[in-house]
Ligand binder design. Structure first.
Ligand SMILES: [Zn+2]
Length: 193
């Protein structure tokens, strides 16, 4: 029994091709991820300890969510509402961290409408000030200019917004999705994976 076991153990060692193939097969899977990690190297400090920005961002978001649920705070886009104790520092830290890692944002048409409303109000206010300051036959030229220019400006901004959302945003998002943050020095670089 023992003798046959020994010969079985010795047999592959004496036959040269068999163990070589075994070692190659066992060596390959561990060699592959090593080579991939070497490719992902920080361009500044050379550290290979890189993390995907999108993952760090999502981590930060879910951490913020779970923490706010735990402590009973609401973390909106504007930041923490009511803040107590140690959660302050962490909340601010998370916010600072995710600010630099934020994905590119689409331009919103709602904001655009809001901005044009504010602009119209300002223009109206400006005209009232202008009218009350000038002599009785008040020029209607500013009104005519506004009536003509406002739709042109609005159309221009609408086209710019559409262009940003359909051409610039996807490219920027893709770039963000390919970027990695160095865990040592914090440099953000992009890599193809
Ligand atoms: Zn680095």
């Amino acid at each position: 029994m023992s003798l046959s076991l020994v010969t079985q153990n010795l047999e592959p060692n004496s036959a040269k091709s068999a163990p070589d193939a075994g070692i190659l097969y066992r060596g390959n899977p561990s060699a592959l991820p090593k080579r991939r990690r070497v490719e992902l190297q920080c361009q500044k400090c050379g550290s290979t300890d890189l993390r995907k920005v999108s993952l760090v961002y999502r981590d930060g978001l879910s951490q913020m969510k779970s923490r706010s649920r735990l402590v009973g705070l609401l973390f909106g886009a504007q930041g923490p509402g009511i803040v107590t104790g140690t959660s302050v520092k962490q909340g601010v830290l998370q916010r600072e961290l995710s600010k630099s890692l934020n994905p590119p944002a689409k331009w919103s048409f709602t904001k655009l409408d809001g901005a044009s409303f504010v602009l119209t109000c300002l223009a109206l206010f400006g005209y009232i000030v202008f009218a009350s300051a000038s002599a009785p036959p008040v020029s209607t030229l500013p009104v005519k200019l506004y009536v003509f220019l406002a739709p042109v400006a609005f159309l221009f901004v609408t086209i710019a917004t559409w262009r940003h959302n359909h051409l610039v945003y996807p490219r920027a998002y893709n770039e963000w999705d390919r970027s990695f943050i160095c865990q040592r020095c914090g440099t953000i670089s992009s890599h193809n994976t």
